[in-house]
Design a protein around this ligand. Structure first.
Ligand code: 2IT
Length: 448
C-alpha cells in the first residue's frame, strides 16, 4: 500500500477508535485512492487525505419531545457536515434506533463522494437521531420532528446545508420538519430541505429517484456487456422507499423481483412483485404500525421465511436495498454460488468488507452504493434548482435529467478506472472519479 495512505489510515483508526462504520468507509475509499497517491505525491504535502477524512464539523444536540400521554422523552440528534468544498452540505436525515456518531460520519463521508459523482454542486453531510419511529403515532412523529428542527434549524439553510430523508424519514417527516423551519425563520425558504411534498416545492419523481436511478445505472452497466434488464430475475432486500422505486422500474424494464425483506424475515414471491397492487402494497406496509413483511405474504399468498435473509434465493441480479452491512461473507458466498453475474448495492455501504472482497474475487460485476444510489440525492439537487428558479419541471424533464446523470456516473467511473489501467472496475472508478472533482476544488480554494 502507498505509504501516505497507510499513514493516514492508521491516524484515522487511532483518532476514531470507537467508530467502526466510519473507519470502514474511509478504508474502502482510501484503498481505491492508493494508486492516485502514487501518481500525485504533491497531495501529501497539501495534506489532502487528512483534510478529507476529518469532517468540517459534527454537531450533536438534545431533542426533548412529548408522547401521547404527555410524558417527555429525550433523544440525541446529529448533523455531520462533512465536506462543503463543491457546494452546500447535502445529505439525508436518518431516524433509527441504532443511529450513532460512527454511522453518521460514515454516511457523511460516503455522501461527499456520492454527491461529487452526481456532477451537481452539492457537498456532503448526514444527520439524524436515535429516535425509533417504530410504533409511534402520527402526532408523536410530529412532536419529535418539531423538537428536532428547533435545534437543527440553526445549522442549516438553503445556501448552508440542505437535509432530506433517509431511513425513517419520508415525505411525512419532511413536511413536519419544513413546517417548523418555516415557522422559526418567518420566511418561505423551501430550498432548505428536499423530498418535500409537491404542494410546497417538492420535485416530481423525488420519491422514485433512488430506485429509478439505480435501475438506470444497472441498465447502463448491462449495456456495456451487451445485456438488458428484460427477462432478468432480481433478489431485492428491504421494503421501504428504495425497494419500492427499484421494483417499480424493474417492472417497467421487464425484469422480475422475487423477494422483499424486513427486519422480521423475508418473502419469496416466485410470480414476482410485479403488479401495481403488489408494488404499492410496499408503501402501505411502511405506513402501517405493524412493520412486518409477513403482511405481504399473507395478502398475496406466498412463502414467508421469518428470521432469514434473502441471499440464498437464486437470481440473475442481487440488489441490497435495506441498510449498511446487510450482506456479510456468508451471504456473499451464497450470492456467488448462485452463478449470478451482477451485484448492485443500493443501500448505503450494503456489504461488509469481507463480503465485498469475496464478490470481487469471484468476478461479479459490482456497482458500489455511492454510485448506484446517487439518483436520490441527484434529484434532491434538481429539487433545489427548481426551488431557486421558483418553478417546477415536468416528470419527463426530471426523468431525462436523472437518466443522463446515472449514465454519466457509470461512464465517468469506467473512464477513471481506465485512466489507472484498472479495467472495468466500477468501485475504484467511482471513488477515483468522485475524488478528482473534490481534490480539484480543494486545491483551487487553498489550505483550510
Ligand atoms: O443516502 C442518500 O443519498 C440519501 N438519503 C438522500 C440524500 C438527499 O439529500 O437527498
Amino acid at each position: 500500500m502507498n505509504a501516505y495512505v497507510e499513514k493516514v489510515l492508521a491516524e484515522v483508526k487511532a483518532k476514531n477508535p470507537n467508530e467502526p462504520e466510519f473507519i470502514q468507509a474511509v478504508e474502502e475509499v482510501l484503498s481505491s485512492l492508493d494508486i492516485v497517491m502514487d501518481k500525485h505525491p504533491e497531495y501529501e504535502e497539501e495534506m489532502i487525505l487528512e483534510r478529507l477524512t476529518e469532517p468540517d464539523r459534527s454537531v450533536s444536540f438534545r431533542v426533548t419531545w412529548l408522547d401521547d400521554q404527555g410524558k417527555p422523552h429525550v433523544n440525541r440528534g446529529y448533523r455531520v457536515q462533512f465536506n462543503g468544498v463543491i457546494g452546500p452540505y447535502k445529505g439525508g436525515l436518518r431516524f433509527a434506533k441504532n443511529v450513532n456518531l460512527s454511522i453518521m460520519k460514515c454516511l457523511g463521508f460516503e455522501q461527499t463522494f456520492k454527491n461529487s459523482l452526481t456532477t451537481l454542486p452539492i457537498g456532503g453531510a448526514k444527520g439524524g437521531s436515535d429516535f425509533d419511529p417504530h410504533g409511534k403515532s402520527d402526532r408523536e412523529i410530529m412532536n419529535f420532528c418539531q423538537a428536532f428542527m428547533t435545534e437543527l434549524y440553526r445549522h442549516i439553510g438553503q445556501y448552508i446545508d440542505v437535509p432530506a430523508g433517509d431511513i425513517g424519514v419520508g415525505g411525512r417527516e419532511i413536511g413536519y420538519l419544513f413546517g417548523q423551519y418555516r415557522r422559526i425563520r418567518n420566511g418561505f425558504e423551501n430550498g432548505v430541505l428536499t423530498g418535500k411534498g409537491l404542494s410546497y416545492g417538492g420535485s416530481l419523481l423525488r420519491p422514485e429517484a433512488t430506485g429509478y436511478g439505480a435501475m438506470y445505472y444497472v441498465e447502463e452497466v448491462l449495456r456495456h456487456f451487451g445485456d438488458t434488464v428484460k427477462g432478468k430475475t432480481f433478489v431485492l432486500s428491504g421494503y421501504g422507499n428504495v425497494t419500492w422505486g427499484t421494483a417499480k422500474m424493474i417492472k417497467q424494464m421487464g425484469g422480475k423481483v422475487l423477494t422483499i425483506s424486513g427486519s422480521d424475515g423475508y418473502v419469496y414471491d416466485p410470480e414476482g412483485v410485479s403488479t401495481d397492487e403488489k408494488i404499492e402494497y410496499l408503501l402501505k406496509m411502511r405506513a402501517s404500525k405493524n412493520r412486518s413483511v409477513k403482511m405481504y405474504a399473507d395478502k398475496f399468498g406466498c412463502e414467508y421465511h421469518p428470521g432469514e435473509k434473502v441471499w440464498g434465493i437464486p437470481a440473475d441480479i442481487y440488489m441490497p436495498c435495506a441498510t449498511q452491512n446487510e450482506v456479510d461473507l456468508q451471504d456473499a458466498k451464497k450470492i456467488a454460488a448462485s452463478g449470478a453475474k451482477y451485484y448492485f448495492e443500493v443501500s448505503n455501504m450494503s456489504s461488509t468488507p469481507e463480503a465485498m472482497s469475496y464478490l470481487r474475487e469471484n468476478g461479479l460485476v459490482i456497482g458500489p452504493a455511492k454510485a448506484v444510489n446517487a439518483g436520490g440525492v441527484a434529484v434532491s439537487a434538481l429539487e433545489m434548482a427548481q426551488n431557486s428558479a421558483r418553478y417546477s419541471w415536468s416528470a419527463e424533464e426530471v426523468n431525462a435529467k436523472l437518466k443522463n446523470i446515472m449514465t454519466s456516473i457509470v461512464n465517468n467511473s469506467v473512464e477513471a478506472a481506465q485512466e489507472y489501467d484498472l479495467g472495468f472496475d466500477l468501485i475504484d472508478g467511482a471513488n477515483i472519479a468522485a475524488f478528482k472533482k473534490i481534490v480539484d476544488a480543494m486545491l483551487a480554494q487553498g489550505i483550510m
